[in-house]
Design a protein. Structure first.
Length: 369
């Protein structure tokens, strides 16, 4: 791993960091002008890449993740691990990594905030490798992704092929689907890997468990929405980038293995709350007016079905609190909507082309993907 700034560790106080936004750039990322941004199509196999890993009680997964980065055939320029005040010993397993800068936050600020903080530190890097601590990369993952970036130079986002960590013959995802109802999911999740989804093709968004983004466009739209905390922030980012005319390419030969919800737990109250609160915010903020008018009934039905499902699962308090809090924040979300939509550069037809459609598709996704 090529790493010019080795062995650094930073302690960051959240309140103090906010007060130093102007001088450190470590506070909330504000949307930037595209003046001075690198032109699309300049990627090469020598592109500079910063890896960003957000850790919270990652345990032994974090060390395996770091080992997979060290084994990459393409050198990384920088590697950042930002820790959300973990209480396990996961950081102790990587403290002596020679090419890793550890950024310690004094509280669990969430995935979105933590990611934005270190993206601001990755000066001089063309690409951002977003990687979950419970994911590992095949040795040629980054090389394959950069080759695809050079081939598809009009794409600012690259999605990789995710396989499940425990069930090695099962897909974890082949890019993300965004349905006109607001439902979103990893394409092919849970399917037996029979060699499907093996063509380079456009998808709505990458799953940030293992994805590549151009840093300039990430900064241009303000990074991840920090109000999300976690869950859905990668789809929200991709939606905002698409509104600005950016595209996402799926790279099937760049393979990563992913545990999934290693810290929060699959279908835990934490995951249900944030996922279903953020789903409403994502939809109302990003859907253009015409598409919102056409598909809002499907969005409302999807929310009602979700509420019923989690009530039957015994998580009624969680799902109702998620929807209540989503509605309570409508004034803020609508202000964000006005800002986002005022900057939109693409038409509804272009957006609809890459969205999932069909009224029943979200309910039978395993049969329709």
């Amino acid at each position: 791993m090529r790493c010019p700034e080795q062995g650094k560790s930073r302690e960051m106080n959240a309140d103090r960091t906010k007060a130093r936004i102007a001088t450190t750039g470590l506070g909330k990322i504000e949307p930037q002008s595209k003046e001075g941004m690198s032109a699309p199509g300049r990627c090469s196999v020598l592109a500079s890449v910063a890896a960003v890993i957000v850790n919270y009680n990652g345990g032994p997964f974090l060390q395996a993740c770091m080992r997979s980065l060290s084994a990459q055939s393409h050198p990384l320029t920088k590697v950042f691990v930002v820790d959300n005040a973990s209480i396990d010993n996961s950081l102790a397993t990587i403290e002596h990594e020679p090419c890793c800068e550890i950024v310690r936050l004094n509280q669990n600020a969430g995935f979105a905030v933590a990611s934005n903080r270190v993206v601001a530190l990755a000066e001089g890097c063309e690409w951002l490798l977003m990687l979950n601590p419970d994911a590992t990369l095949e040795p040629d993952w980054l090389e394959r992704m950069l080759e695809a970036a050079a081939k598809h130079s009009d794409c600012a986002m690259l999605a990789s092929r995710l396989l499940q960590h425990e069930h090695r013959n099962l897909l974890d995802g082949a890019g993300d689907v965004f349905h006109v109802s607001g439902a979103h999911w990893r394409r092919g999740h849970g399917q037996i890997d029979k060699g499907q989804f093996m063509a380079d093709e456009e998808v709505f968004s990458p799953c940030a468990a293992a994805a590549l983004y151009r840093r300039d466009v990430f900064l241009a739209v303000g990074g991840f929405d920090e109000a999300f905390f976690c869950y859905g922030e990668d789809v929200d980012l991709a939606f905002r980038l698409r509104l600005m005319g950016e595209r996402c390419m799926y790279v099937p030969h760049a393979i990563a293995r992913h545990v999934g919800s290693a810290s929060s737990g699959r279908n835990s109250d934490f995951a249900v709350y944030h996922g279903h609160r953020n789903l409403v915010w994502l939809y109302l903020k990003n859907m253009p007016g015409l598409l919102l008018f056409l598909y809002l009934p499907q969005h409302l039905i999807w929310n009602l079905v979700s509420i019923l499902w989690f009530v039957l699962r015994g998580q009624s308090a969680t799902i109702l609190r998620a929807k209540r809090d989503a509605l309570r924040s409508l004034p803020r979300v609508l202000r964000e909507r006005r800002r986002v939509q005022s900057q939109r550069k693409v038409g509804c037809r272009a957006l609809l082309r890459v969205m999932g459609r069909g009224f029943l598709r979200p309910y039978f996704r395993s049969l329709t993907d």
